[in-house]
Design a protein around this ligand. Sequence first.
Ligand SMILES: [Zn+2]
Length: 339
Amino acid sequence: MCTCLRLWNVLVPTSLYPWQDSLWQSLAGRSQQAHAYLLHGPAGSGKRALAEHFAQFLLCKAPVAQQPCHQCAACKLYAADTHPDLARLEPLEEGKGILIASVRELVAKILQTSQQGGRKVVIVEPAEAMTTGSANALLKSLEEPAGATVFLLISHQFSFLLPTIKSRCVLQVCPLPNAEQSVQWLQSQQPELSLEQCQTLLALAAGSPLKAQQLLGVDVLAMREQVVTGVKQLFKQQSSASDLAVAWAKMPQELLFDWFAQWAQLALRYKMTEDETQLGLADMAVVLQHVAPRVPLESLLATQDWILEHRQKVLRRVPLRADLLLEGLLLRWQALLPR
Ligand SMILES: [Zn+2]
């Protein structure tokens, strides 16, 4: 049975995903648990579910076969989301930073004796949302946690973390499942989808089955069609960058930047290899095949750099005006093809 916790209106499953078995063995099977773990890897790999399951396991009074027992008082408190020795450190608002005041409050709390007489567990997500001040306020606790406290830090953007945070944690990478596992899982969750639809969704979700499932809820296929049509019109000068930017302003920027980053990568690969089987999804294959040979390599590389640099800004939630950012992207993209 999967129990779920509500977090910013997103349901977070607390059971493991099938692709996390060996990852789980390496965590639960340790002879001695560390003070701090940093679970990192691409978004949509199931890190939060892993951290929640790990937290329940660490708090459980009588684990069975390296799993929480689901029977003891600690497991029942966990299931009711009322375990007094479990804390979650998160931004107060999604997408904002973790405040130094929140860290201080947490540090004061973990200095108190554990209420259930066992471990205390702190989940920090996303760890990269800690400002330098917040991170510094947490450092001492990370290094010498009070009592039997275990920190579980979750990071979707490992490179954004301070080295002082990384060096105090056991690093555990959480990869995405392979293509076969992804399709299998997605089909088990959405049996109404055909194999081809599953593969398309996974390609649109950069290989993450969890993201693919979320994308179903935002009518991604219609959005993709609108974007691909727009790009074709842009190259034919039937639409302007500014009109498209306004029309796309409400679309998830992260997704748009993922797609353009992917197209730049595919165009580069085709330019180098001329391998027609490596052009990605069919909807843009012809466009990329047309563009790649006509663009100087330096222009393509410079555009790719620009996209990746601005994608980082989007991921860091640097406040930028959506329409101006998209217009910049589209002007760069349009300039690839000489008139
Ligand atoms: Zn238990």
